[in-house]
Ligand binder design. Structure first.
Ligand SMILES: [Zn+2]
Length: 566
C-alpha cells in the first residue's frame, strides 16, 4: 500500500523558479498528451502509455515527456475505471433483455465500447449492441468532466529524479558484460555490451535528511532539492518508493489582501507554493480484532460516541465555537469596512481550523481503534453540521471534515483490514435504543435523551450510536432504505414489541381496578420498563396519543387498531 507524505523542504527562490519553469512545460505537454491519448482511445479502444512523443513541441526532455505521459495515462485510466462502474450501475437498473444485458456487461467489463468488432465466447456481438454500448458510455462521459491537465501536479519517477538519503552519494556506473568464458559480449555494432548500475558512496553528511536530484530544462543540469524529515515519517514502517509527487498551489500567505482567492489567476506562477512529497510502501500492520462491531455516532457535540458508552473528542464543539466567533468577527469587520475580500488573517485562521479538524479526527479515530479493536465499524452516512455554528463554518466542516473522515476510514481499512459499513442514520437520534420507542420529544436538548416510554435516560449521542450499530443487521441495513420505510418499520416494531402493555394502557388506564392473572403479567412487564407506578399510566397514555408518529401509524384510533393488530 502506497502512502504519500509531505516533507519540509528548503527550496530557495532560484530553484523554485526553475521548478516552476519545468511545471509550465510539463502542464502544456500533459494537455497535448491527453488530447493525443483520447484520439488514440477512440480509434483503438484503449490508452497507450508508450505512444510516440517525439513530435510534442516542448522544452522538456524525452524522459520528462515520457514521465508526463505515464501520469496522464494513469489519470485517464482511473477516470475510465470510474465511468466503467457507472456503466455497470446503469445496466443494473435498466430494462434491456437479459441477452442484451449480458453482452453489454461483457463489452463494459473489457472496456471495449469503441472496438469495431467484439467476440464473446467465440461469437461476434451484434453491431447494434456495440453501438448501443457506445451511446451509453458517451452519455456517461458527457456527465463527467474529463480530467484536465492544465493545472496538474507532477508525479515524477526515476526517469527524471533520484532520491538520496543524507550522507550517501549515488554514482551511476557501467561495466562491460562478459560471458561465462570471460569474453566480452558484443552488441550489434561490434562494441562491448555495457551494463549500468548504481554505486552508493558515503559522503559527508549535510543538515538535510534527503536530497532529490531533479533533471532541469537544461541538458545535464540538475536541481538539488533538500528535504527534512520528521519522526512521524521516519516512524512509519515501509520502504521509500523511487517516485515523488510535487504539488503546487497558490500561496495564500503571499497574496495581497486586495484580491480574493477566486479572482486569482491560476496561471500566475509567482504566487505558487511548492510541496514535495515522498511515497512509502507500507506493510500492513498486525491487527487482532477483539470485538465484532462497534457503532459510532458522529456529532459536533462530542466528535464520536460509541455504543459502548464512550465519548471521544469532548471539547471539539467548544473549540470550534471559539474559532467560529473569531471568524464571524473578522467577517463582520470587513463588511463594515466594505472590503469584499479575504484577509491574510482570515485565510490563516481557516487553515488553522482545517489543521485542527484533521488532527482531532485522526487522533480520535486512532483512539477508538486502540481502545476497542473492532473488526467492523458501523457509521452513519455522514451529516456533520451544528445549529450552534455559523453557516460558513458548517460548510467548512461538512465539506472538509467529511473528506478527512472518509480518508481516515479508507486508510484504516487498508492498514488494519477493518471494514467500515455505512448505514442510513434516519431517526437514530429519536429512537430509544432500549425499548425502541420513537419520538421527537425523546431528545431533550443536545446532550440528553430521555425515553418517553421506558424513561431510560442516557447521553443522546451514545443512544444514537447504539441504534446505528443495531441498524447494521436486519431489515434496515441497506443505506438506501427510504426514510418513510424506516419510520414505518420502527413504529411497527415498537408496537409489536410492547403490544400487551399498550393494550392495557389504552383499555383501563388505571391498574387499580383490575386484579386478574393478566394484570400481574402486565405489571411484570411494566415494572421492567420502570412504569411500576399506577399514576404514570395516564401520562404515558397522553404521551403516546400525542406522538404524531404513532397517531399517523394507528390512524388516530389507538385501541381499535391495536386490537386488530393483535
Ligand atoms: Zn425507551
Amino acid at each position: 500500500m502506497l502512502r504519500t507524505y509531505k516533507l519540509k523542504h528548503s527550496i530557495n527562490q532560484g530553484k523554485q523558479k526553475k521548478i516552476l519553469a519545468i511545471l509550465k512545460e510539463y502542464r502544456n505537454a500533459s494537455v497535448e498528451i491527453s488530447n493525443r491519448q483520447w484520439i488514440y482511445f477512440y480509434k483503438n479502444g484503449k490508452f497507450n502509455r508508450d505512444l510516440k512523443i517525439d513530435t510534442i513541441k516542448s522544452k522538456l526532455s524525452k524522459r520528462y515527456k515520457q514521465t508526463a505521459q505515464y501520469q496522464v495515462v494513469s489519470g485517464l485510466e482511473s477516470y475510465l475505471g470510474n465511468r466503467q462502474n457507472e456503466f455497470k450501475d446503469y445496466l443494473k437498473n435498466s430494462n434491456f433483455d437479459s441477452d442484451t444485458k449480458t453482452k453489454l456487461y461483457y463489452i463494459n467489463r473489457y472496456k471495449k465500447w469503441f472496438h469495431s468488432s467484439i467476440k464473446m465466447q467465440g461469437e461476434e456481438i451484434d453491431q447494434d449492441i456495440i453501438r448501443l454500448s457506445r451511446r451509453i458510455i458517451k452519455n456517461i462521459f458527457k456527465k463527467n468532466k474529463k480530467p484536465n491537465f492544465k493545472f496538474c501536479n507532477m508525479a515524477l519517477d526515476a526517469k527524471v529524479m533520484e532520491i538520496t538519503p543524507n550522507g550517501i552519494k549515488k554514482v551511476h556506473k557501467s561495466k562491460k558484460v562478459k560471458d561465462e568464458n570471460g569474453e566480452f559480449i558484443l552488441n550489434k555494432s561490434g562494441n562491448p555490451k555495457l551494463k549500468t548500475y548504481i554505486e552508493e558512496r558515503e559522503i559527508k553528511k549535510s543538515s538535510f535528511d534527503y536530497w532529490i536530484k531533479l533533471s532541469s530544462l537544461e541538458k545535464g543540469k540538475k536541481i538539488y532539492l533538500p528535504l527534512t524529515t520528521n519522526s512521524y515519517f521516519e516512524g512509519i514502517n515501509g520502504e521509500i518508493n523511487s517516485f515523488i509527487q510535487i504539488n503546487f498551489q497558490q500561496d495564500i500567505d503571499k497574496i495581497n489582501g486586495n484580491k480574493s482567492l477566486s479572482s486569482l489567476n491560476r496561471l500566475d506562477y509567482s504566487n505558487y507554493k511548492i510541496d514535495v512529497c515522498l511515497i512509502k510502501d507500507i506493510k500492513k500492520e498486525k491487527y487482532e480484532p477483539k470485538i465484532e462491531k462497534i457503532g459510532l455516532d458522529l456529532g459536533l457535540n462530542n466528535l464520536f460516541a460509541t455504543n459502548l458508552g464512550e465519548l471521544y473528542g469532548r471539547h471539539f464543539s467548544k473549540l470550534l465555537k471559539e474559532y467560529d466567533d473569531i471568524i464571524s468577527l473578522l467577517a463582520k469587520n470587513r463588511q463594515k469596512q466594505k472590503i469584499r475580500t479575504l484577509s491574510k488573517k482570515y485565510k490563516k485562521l481557516i487553515n488553522k481550523i482545517k489543521a485542527y479538524l484533521k488532527n482531532e479526527i485522526n487522533r480520535v479515530i486512532n483512539a477508538i481503534i486502540r481502545n476497542n479493536k473492532p473488526k467492523e465499524i458501523i457509521i452513519e452516512s455522514l451529516n456533520f453540521t451544528s445549529p450552534k455554528l455559523s453557516k460558513k463554518l458548517n460548510r467548512l466542516i461538512s465539506n472538509f471534515g467529511k473528506k478527512i473522515i472518509e480518508e481516515k476510514f479508507k486508510s484504516i481499512e487498508e492498514k488494519y483490514g477493518i471494514t467500515v459499513t455505512k448505514v442510513n442514520p434516519a431517526y437514530t437520534s429519536q429512537t430509544c435504543s432500549r425499548c425502541g420507542y420513537i419520538d421527537k420529544k425523546n431528545r431533550k436538548g443536545q446532550e440528553t435523551f430521555i425515553c418517553g416510554f421506558c424513561a431510560k435516560e442516557q447521553n443522546a449521542d451514545i443512544n444514537a450510536s447504539k441504534n446505528i450499530l443495531a441498524r447494521s443487521s436486519g431489515e434496515l441495513k441497506d443505506i438506501f432504505t427510504k426514510k418513510a420505510f424506516i419510520l414505518d418499520k420502527t413504529v411497527k416494531n415498537f408496537i409489536e414489541r410492547h403490544l400487551v402493555v399498550l393494550l392495557y394502557i389504552f383499555k383501563t388506564k388505571d391498574l387499580g381496578k383490575s386484579s386478574d392473572y393478566t394484570l400481574s403479567k402486565i405489571n411484570n412487564t411494566l415494572s421492567k420498563i420502570k412504569y411500576n407506578n399506577n399514576l404514570c399510566y395516564n401520562s404515558l397514555a397522553n404521551t403516546l396519543t400525542s406522538n404524531p408518529y404513532l397517531t399517523n401509524y394507528l390512524n388516530g384510533n389507538f385501541l381499535e387498531t391495536l386490537e386488530v393488530s393483535r
